[in-house]
Design a protein. Structure first.
Length: 408
């Protein structure tokens, strides 16, 4: 009969032998996730507000007469260009628009001329009479009454001369105002009267628009208003002028906006252009202060009423650190990227994103130039994940040949 002690020893030996026959579990290996790496680069960036508007003239004028009268001459027709300097009247043949009948005024001027000559002819004699009475009074042989009468007669005659001269000058002003000139260098948009019409003071004869200095009123979203200020550059394109871009500048942002649409209006000003010749491919030249001779409306590139597309610079930075937008992960209000460390592991790195520019994102904080981050394949990556870089993305080579990144 076996003792209990020996039975326990035998049982332990059997269990030990059974355990030696089982294989030990292998240590779990990391799965390498294939990814495309991107390299953060430095480049200039420009962000724009994209908007649209219509061209308008900075200066418009409805030109009329300050006098009543009958029109005897009209020199301009719709589409004609009147040269001059914007804002300054140019009173010469080129700026003459119309003339009223001045026959009655000229006759009145002749009559007043005769009255002035007659009144002036009596003045020397009346002055001599006054001076003689003054001398006689001083010598004791004259009287104050006679002296005062002579002086009064002289003063009345002199006042009459001044009155008649003033009336004649008023008539001359009327004759001058009967010739109506263009107040600005402009194009005739409408002709509102004809020869033979009798017009009243203030009645417009022509509608003019300044053709050199133009403007565009555009709508700005409320969020972009703080970034758009006077003198900022605006880039302008027209559907009617494909392939050409022009520049203007913000003149002002109207300080009162629309509370319903949460938008504001900005006024952009720019100089009109014309072709140096009649060829469609001719060089576009800004209009000078003195308009070139022979300029016609068909040579002007921009015309009031044209539809314009406008890009306004709202943010610009010469040396910004950027990565492809696909490298950035959003987690609520937080944003981060996965840095690839020297051991080939993905490390979550919090970043502050500035301007998002199409396929690019500006890393304001949290990322330095030249760092590798996970690009394609990022959806399969977690914190500490081992990755296998299949290739480096094109950010570095693109940075060398692309001058700037632009955003809306």
């Amino acid at each position: 009969m076996k003792t209990p002690h020996l039975s326990k020893i035998a049982l332990a030996l059997l269990v030990s032998a059974a355990g030696c026959g089982e294989p030990k579990p292998e240590k779990k290996r990391d799965v390498l996730v294939p990814v495309v790496a991107e390299v953060s680069v430095v480049r200039p960036i420009v962000a724009y507000v994209d908007t649209v508007g219509y061209v308008d003239a900075q200066v418009k004028s409805r030109v009329g007469s300050t006098l009543p009268g009958r029109i005897v001459l009209m020199t301009r027709d719709v589409g004609d260009i009147i040269p001059g300097k914007c804002g300054d009247p140019v009173k010469d043949r080129q700026a003459l628009l119309a003339r009223l009948d001045t026959a009655a005024l000229e006759a009145q001027e002749k009559r007043l001329d005769a009255e002035v000559r007659l009144a002036e002819a009596n003045l020397p004699q009346l002055k001599q009479d006054w001076e003689r009475e003054e001398k006689l009074l001083k010598a004791g042989s004259g009287t104050e009454r006679r002296r005062d009468q002579a002086k009064a007669a002289h003063d009345v005659a002199r006042a009459k001369v001044e009155t008649v001269k003033a009336a004649r000058n008023e008539v001359r002003v009327g004759i001058a105002q009967s010739s109506i000139y263009a107040p600005v260098d402009a194009a005739v948009i409408k002709k509102l009267a004809n020869v033979g019409d009798v017009v009243n003071p203030g009645q417009p004869l022509y509608q003019l628009e300044c053709i050199r200095d133009l403007k565009i009123n555009v709508i700005l979203p409320e969020r972009d208003v703080p970034k758009v200020r006077a003198k900022k550059e605006a880039r302008i394109t027209f559907d009617a002028l494909p392939g050409e871009e022009f520049t203007g500048a913000i003149h002002a942002v109207i300080p009162s906006g629309d509370p319903l649409s949460h938008s504001f209006t900005a006024e952009i000003r720019f100089r009109n252009r014309f072709r140096e010749d009649d060829k469609q491919a001719g060089k576009a030249i800004p209009l000078p202060d003195a308009l070139p001779a022979g300029l016609t409306c068909d040579r002007l590139l921009m015309k009031p009423g044209m539809f314009a597309r406008v890009k306004i610079v709202k943010y610009q930075k010469e040396g910004a650190t950027v990565v492809p937008k696909r490298c950035v992960v959003e987690d609520g209000a937080k944003t981060y990227v996965y840095l690839i460390d020297p051991e080939g592991r993905a490390k979550k790195q919090k970043v502050t994103i500035g301007v998002v520019m199409g396929q690019w994102a500006e890393a304001v904080q949290g990322l330095k130039p030249g760092q590798k981050v996970v690009g394609r394949g990022i959806e399969n990556v977690t914190e500490g994940q081992s990755v296998r870089v299949t290739r480096i993305g094109g950010a570095t080579s693109e940075a060398e040949r692309a001058p700037a990144v632009t955003a809306r």
